[in-house]
Design a protein around this ligand. Sequence first.
Ligand code: GDP
Ligand code: MN
Length: 386
Amino acid sequence: MNIHEHQAKDLFAAAGIPVPRGRVAHTPAEAREIARELNAKVVVKAQVHAGGRGKAGGIQLAATPEEAEAKAKAILGMEIKGLPVKRVLVAEQLDIEHEHYLGIVLDRARKRPVVMASAAGGIDIEEVARTAPEKIVRCHVDPLAGLHPFEAREICFTIERRGEVAQRMAPILNRLADLYRRVDASLAEINPLVVARDGQVWALDAKVVLDDNALYRHPELEALREDEDPNEAAARRMGLSYIRLDGEIGCVVNGAGLAMATMDVIKAYGGTPANFLDIGGSSNPDKVLTAMDILASDRKVKAIFFNIFGGITRTDDVAQGIAQALAKRKPRVPIVIRLTGTNEERAREILSGIGLTSTTSMDEGVKQAIAQAREGRAAPAAGGRR
Ligand code: GDP
Ligand code: MN
């Protein structure tokens, strides 16, 4: 789960990581009021679940409350990477001397968190990793002991030459690592960690991604959920695992492993998957309907591919679910069904009863789906029939 910068900064502040004073505004007038309260030059920052806000014009400086109001008005009307800006953070401006990077993520290969630090902060860290990997210091964290203070000092003294500044950075890194572990984050990042002209150190930006699988342990963090993608919200309510990608073939699959394999096979035959979607072992027509609605709302989707392997799942149940879902609503794109396993003869009868054919071969199904998607792309007006 993603949370906004201002929410992550609240977590930082509670953990003892210094953040500039500020508050969230929903209207330009509120932004002016906050700037007046802060009684300082401010920065107005779009709160959206996307990085690179600065480059997109979503971060602007303002010298007066009136200017803060005008900047907030402009930013509140923006879309950043397709996301409408509904709130802005109005925070005290800092006089920046240097921008560092501090982050901690899970290294799946090493099965432990890894701290990354760099003096080349402020910009896209993936870019630094690509073009100048030697500028990033890495340190794996013992999951039982946590990040030792001596390790944090060593890292900070590597990226920051001035002893007294590095001394201020080290406890911030320890607190970041503790926070990462305490909230079950999959990412905790300060980019930039700013050294101000007076030598003080501040988290100017804050990014925390929470591990969905651990959220049940943190009801207070669950309450931070905001601006969720409507399709992801619908999927979550229905108990579907859904991840949007940007291809043309919408996939509805029972089982996460098969869903991964389906995306691989689509790619192998030259197609592009529009999503990962695991409907689980379920035949619930509402789940099938939700899945089809989600996929059909994505304008890039040119065909929907069902890939059902019946083991414990009875394929006739799934076919029934598809039939009921189609009776309620016809999708705007063609449907291709691959279905095999328990009760498949019965399943085929049900499907042919509503004019749908299916194949038992995954390769065959994928090839058909790709062909249908190509046709749909060539003649979009003809979509919805097969
Ligand atoms: P991001 O673009 O979404 O990562 O947003 P950031 O919060 O990291 O801000 C991007 C950049 O805006 C920073 O790297 C700074 O250069 C600049 N910026 C943000 N806040 C301030 C501020 O208070 N003062 C100054 N001078 N620049 C700022
Ligand atoms: Mn940033």
